[in-house]
Design a protein around this ligand. Structure first.
Ligand code: ZN
Length: 498
């Protein structure tokens, strides 16, 4: 196979993969955002499953490997995009090939069976019925570690799968830095006993909906190249860089939920919309990693939009829409209300300060499960102990404890840490951006274009051209350093509460 043949072959595989993935995304979009007949599920599931099989069959084929190996042998003779494509595809191919197909099929069947059992276990508050499923799921994950390979800790194989470059060594030091500063800070905040005024009551959903275009435009999400829909669990879906859709959910009794989830998803969408078009044929018009994707959503949500500057703008909008309620509020009150610290049991409802502590609990448990020290049957007890130790609360039942997340019963082990790593990337990026961009002034003016412009230049447009660690270095001039995140949290919440 010549170099040109190899490149053309990979281009055609990438194009087919893109088309098939788009079809799958349309099926999912349709199912989650429009009212579809209940009985459409089996046919839809079958079609989606067939497409997944087709994606796998076309990609994991001997000619793909031959093309990858041909290009790997050329090495330095490749263009920058070509060599990044070979790196991305080579990694993906070898991971997919590492898993024996019959084991993979059996695992998929196990996951499908475990979903209703997990639902029942939550409803009946009965962990025992879930234990045999978790045992098998974690056993498979341990085998996955062996198939993928690792150098120091088995869990490294899974961590690196979600966030290339992440390892137990890196995360142990990251999480211990967080824990050492945030746990005592949280205790001080609780004992200081300051209680900001909360936003309570019912807020008309029609009026909440009217805020959405302003929020999207503020972040810089181009609505002419996307769409906003309402769903049960918000997400962002990319069909092409000119069609990046987001979703949101309005709660009549929780005004801030849709505001911040819209900003979060718009932050994800901005990344997708800003990638260089010419990277698409090379399969590089993708986020550099899950953590970097999350860095974009979380930095807009927290570092930009839970700031004094933003809450001043938000107050104007809220007074316009809900004048009766907000007439007695001032900017400082709203700033404090969007930054309430409250130790809680549910990760997805956690405040900005305690969020990372919820991730530490899951990280430590996953680490024990992958090393074999922890068995599934030990999870409820360990969960409660760690929540008590880190956050100062104990779950009253399994639904608000160990059974709250869908990740484990879907076989996603190693995924949680990327939320925290992503947030730490975000803090480091914002810190670096502040050297040349007056972020506070931009927010205050209501014109985030210097912020979005910096992110586009330094992060978004590069897609998967660089590895996550290299991208952070390229954007900030330094290697990943979690101290920016720890410092940011500690300064912000000390000023607010102590
Ligand atoms: Zn997200």
């Amino acid at each position: 196979m010549t170099k040109d043949q190899a490149i053309q072959l990979l281009f055609s595989k990438i194009e087919a993969g893109r088309a098939l993935n788009m079809a799958k995304s349309f099926i999912l979009w349709d199912a989650t955002t429009t009212g579809v007949p209940v009985r459409s599920l089996p046919a839809r599931g079958a079609a989606s499953g067939w497409i997944s099989g087709e994606i796998f069959r076309r990609f994991v084929a001997p000619d793909t490997l031959e093309a990858i190996e041909t290009l790997e042998a050329i090495g330095g003779g490749l263009s920058e995009y070509e060599s990044a494509m070979v790196r991305v595809l080579g990694r993906e191919y070898r991971k997919l090939r590492a898993v024996p197909p019959d084991e993979f099929q059996a695992f998929k069947a196990l996951i499908t069976q475990s979903e209703p059992v997990w639902e029942a276990a939550r409803a009946k508050r009965d962990f025992d019925i879930m234990v045999p499923y978790y045992d098998k799921i974690f056993e498979y994950q341990r085998r996955l570690c062996d198939w993928y390979g690792y150098e120091e800790h088995p869990y490294d194989a899974l961590l690196d799968d979600f966030e290339q470059g992440a390892s137990v060594k890196m995360l142990d030091s990251f999480f211990s830095a967080l824990r050492d500063r945030i746990v005592p800070l949280l205790k001080d905040i609780i004992s200081a006993g300051k209680q900001p005024r909360e936003i309570t009551g019912m807020f008309d959903i029609g009026k909440q909906r009217e805020l959405m275009p302003w929020l999207c435009d503020f972040v810089g999400y181009d609505r002419s190249r996307g769409k906003v829909a309402e769903v049960e669990h918000p997400f962002c879906s990319t069909f092409s860089r000119h069609d990046v859709r987001i979703t949101t959910k309005y709660h009549e009794d929780n005004l801030l939920a849709a505001v911040y989830s819209t900003i979060h998803e718009a932050g994800h969408a901005l990344y997708e919309q800003n990638m260089e078009e010419d990277m698409e044929p090379y399969r590089l018009a993708h986020a550099a990693s899950m953590g970097l994707h999350e860095s974009q959503s979380r930095l807009f949500e927290n570092m930009i939009c839970r700031s004094r500057g933003f809450t001043a703008l938000l107050l104007d909008k809220l007074q316009e829409k809900f004048g009766d309620y907000f007439s007695s509020w001032d900017e400082d009150m709203l700033f404090r209300a969007v930054n309430i610290v409250r130790p809680s049991l549910i990760r997805i409802e956690a405040d900005e300060l305690t969020y990372c502590l919820h991730i530490i609990v899951r990280y430590e448990l996953e680490k024990g499960l992958m090393s074999g020290e922890t068995r599934a049957s030990m999870l409820p007890g360990l969960w409660a102990e760690k929540y008590e130790e880190l956050i100062g609360v104990r779950p009253g039942n399994l639904a608000e404890g160990v059974l709250q997340d869908v990740h484990w019963n879907r076989g996603l082990v190693g995924y949680f840490p990327s939320y925290a790593v992503g947030t730490a990337y975000g803090a480091q990026l914002v810190h670096a951006m502040k050297k040349t961009v007056d972020v506070d002034a931009a927010v205050k003016k209501g014109d985030l274009s210097p912020v979005a412009g910096w992110m586009k230049e330094k992060v978004h447009r590069h897609g998967a051209r660089l590895l996550p660690g290299d991208l952070i270095k390229h954007a900030t001039g330094e290697a990943f350093d979690p101290s920016y995140y720890v410092d940011y949290l500690s300064e912000k919440f000390t000023e607010l509460y102590l």
